[in-house]
Design a protein around this ligand. Structure first.
Ligand code: ZN
Length: 135
């Protein structure tokens, strides 16, 4: 694990949340990006070496829509940067952690991502992410 890459925050509306976070952080987001497969639209802010990712659902069966239904808006996941995704997945499996899926997928912001199951991490949804190279 290298660092906390970003914190993911579930919001009902980026139209409402973006101006608020821009005021909070004193700067505008550096990108918005839709991840069609996950049914989310994201908005990213740099904050020091880390980032904040706002997540808005784009459809009702989106994991973000389900999360907000159950728990309301708020912190959704913590993303840890790794430099060798496959090695970290193996290491964490050996340590007894469970994954939602062990196959890395394309995520927002040029990353490959996997998620650990929150039942094995004290209720915290943990994302591992690795910068994609040359594509
Ligand atoms: Zn994330």
């Amino acid at each position: 694990m290298i660092k906390i890459e970003h914190l993911g925050i579930a919001v009902k509306s980026l139209n409402d949340a973006d101006p608020l976070f821009a005021r909070l952080l004193g700067k505008d987001n550096y990108k918005t990006e839709e991840v069609e497969r996950e049914g989310v639209k994201t908005s990213f802010y740099h904050i020091g070496e880390s980032k904040i990712e706002l997540l808005e659902a784009t459809r009702e069966d989106s994991p973000i829509a389900k999360f907000i239904d159950k728990r309301g808006e708020g912190i959704h996941h913590i993303a840890l940067a790794v430099d060798d995704m496959e090695a970290e997945i193996q290491r964490l499996k050996t340590e007894g952690f469970e994954f939602i899926s062990e196959t890395p997928k394309d995520g927002a912001d040029n990353k490959r991502v996997v998620f650990l199951h929150p039942k094995s991490t004290n209720g915290v949804l943990v994302e591992l992410c690795q910068e994609k190279v040359n594509n």
